[in-house]
Design a binder for this molecule. Structure first.
Ligand code: 6PG
Length: 229
């Protein structure tokens, strides 16, 4: 039986973003007390910009930290829809301080999402289990690029840690697998808006959406949310 999530309700997204940045920094510091390096997977999309900027301002030994996205759109890193473009801009102070960035952006023209996912899986495998993952959530209950009803959203230990995904009506995606997200040492979720609050509560009640992959037995999911954006 998965453990109940810890809900952190905030007045607005700016507040929730600052609180989440503190929460992530605390978890990274405790991981670095136990080991030489620590890793954190971070969300793309339109919600996390203020959180990423607040995290990058944290006083952390960035040279010992690896940053990676939870998922990426299969587009060049300078494309307007690229998560990397948005994330690197927000995380710039941490990258300048020496944090490692593990890119999910394919640089080889003509390489298929499937082939690129296999290549990337080898690089990500050395980081597992991830120390901290932070996900956003879509109004359909998807996290990273694990969409409802898609095979990628199933927990399967035989699936590599990186999967290609082909959401209908969107560009192909490269995503951390369900297992890689579930097995992380610490997990948090960030969203805003009434609609997403309702979707989350229903998903936890019914267990029918990819977001519930973040619920685990070993640790509790921390949910940072604000009804006002
Ligand atoms: C992406 C994300 C995705 C995102 C949700 C929520 O590539 O879009 O990683 O999983 O977190 O779609 O997106 P918004 O924050 O834009 O609502």
């Amino acid at each position: 039986m998965s453990r109940h999530p810890v809900l952190h309700r905030h007045a607005d997204l700016a507040d929730a973003s600052r609180a989440l940045a503190d929460w992530v920094a605390t978890r990274l510091r405790s991981a670095l007390e136990r080991q030489e390096r620590a890793s954190v997977a971070l969300p793309g999309g339109s919600t996390p910009g203020p959180f990423l900027a607040a995290l990058a301002k944290q006083d952390l030994p960035w040279k010992r930290i690896t940053l990676l996205p939870t998922d990426e759109r299969f587009v060049p890193a300078d494309h307007p829809r690229s998560n990397e473009r948005m994330m690197r801009a927000a995380l710039e102070p941490a990258l300048r301080a020496g944090a490692e960035w593990l890119s999910f952006a394919s640089v080889e023209p003509g390489l298929s999402p499937e082939a690129f996912a296999q290549q990337l899986a080898d690089q990500v495998a050395r980081l597992l289990p991830l120390d901290v993952v932070v996900c956003g959530m879509g109004e359909d209950g998807h996290i990273a690029s694990l969409f409802p009803g898609e095979p990628q959203a199933r927990l399967d230990p035989n699936v590599p840690c990186i999967v290609p995904a082909f959401p209908i009506g969107l560009e192909p995606r490269i995503s951390l697998s369900a297992m890689a997200l579930r097995e992380a040492g610490e997990a948090a979720l960030l969203f805003s808006g009434k609609e997403k609050s309702t979707v989350f509560v229903e998903a936890v009640r019914l267990g029918d959406k990819p977001v519930t992959l973040l619920l685990a037995k070993r640790r509790r999911l921390h949910v940072f949310f604000a009804e006002r954006t």
